[in-house]
Design a protein around this ligand. Structure first.
Ligand code: SAM
Length: 249
């Protein structure tokens, strides 16, 4: 696949076609499930809660909420700039109420189709795509109820997909499954994603993959109280959990 002449918009469009394959990987599934358990432990999710999933892609969060029958099924408002991602998110089976819209996280929050402040904001693996992460996280504050929770993950500089694959294969081995067959299957299935990821990294000058100090500095203490942060996704991402103060944006 020759992707070298594609713009970022074209790359996201192509990504939509293959992105769901990431769910083959245990560390990616775990990333989504951990984001939900972090939200749950801070605001005790209920069917009446609302989660805003910013740049929610093809609905990975919906998949994770649906995958555990014990989890409540809150209302999910999902936006993404890619109509192709949104089309896929709309097809994701989910027992709760869901509203998926094409919208841009870099535009004012009033364009995000959020009728009233939400209980939780999730932004998985996407803050780095914003033009201005600090301004984005301030806009998240504008749509979150006091004491509501923000959970986001962001890639560290120079992500290493091999570490993700290794962690996945360790889980496969521990389950007594055929590691060689799994590796062969993944090499085929993930080849397009690996090529697209390489291309995204070629645009890293216009993206915000960030170290821990830079990422935490995006949280303005006026609006967010940091609750937790740790490396996840085989060390490739930082998971950040913060709760909303009462100060209005
Ligand atoms: C790596 S994917 C993450 C998808 C999902 N949040 C997840 O955790 O699997 C990044 C997503 O950000 C979206 N995106 C990139 N720039 C955006 C923008 N300015 N506004 C809204 N979505 C954007 C892309 O279309 C893509 O779906």
């Amino acid at each position: 696949m020759d992707l070298t002449s594609l713009s970022m918009a074209e790359i996201w469009k192509l990504y939509a076609e293959y992105y769901g394959r990431l769910r083959l990987l245990h560390p990616y599934r775990q990333l989504l499930l951990t984001a939900i358990s972090e939200m749950n432990s801070h605001i005790n999710l209920k069917p009446t809660s609302t989660i805003f999933d910013a740049a929610g892609g093809d609905g990975g969060l919906l998949w994770a909420l649906q995958s555990d029958p014990a989890l409540p099924k809150p209302r999910v408002l999902l936006i993404d700039q890619s109509p192709d991602m949104i089309a896929r998110a709309q097809c994701e089976p989910y027992d709760g109420h869901v509203d998926c819209r094409v919208a841009d996280i870099d535009q004012p929050h009033t364009t995000w189709f959020i009728p009233e402040p939400v209980d939780a904001v999730h932004c998985g693996h996407a803050v780095y795509a914003s033009n201005d992460p600090c301004a984005l996280i301030r806009r998240f504050a504008a749509v979150t109820k006091p004491n509501g929770v923000l959970v986001f993950t962001n890639p560290m500089p120079e992500p290493n997909m091999m570490a993700v694959l290794k962690e996945h294969l360790a889980v496969v081995a521990a389950a007594g499954l055929d590691v060689g067959a799994e590796l062969a299957m993944l090499q085929t299935e993930l080849a397009p994603l690996v090529a697209i990821n390489d291309e995204i990294l070629r645009h890293s000058g216009q993206l915000h993959m960030s170290d821990e100090a830079t990422t935490l500095a995006w949280l303005e203490p006026r609006y967010w109280q940091l609750q937790n942060h740790y490396r996840t996704y085989a060390g490739n991402d930082l998971m950040v959990v913060a709760t909303r103060t009462k100060v209005e944006v």
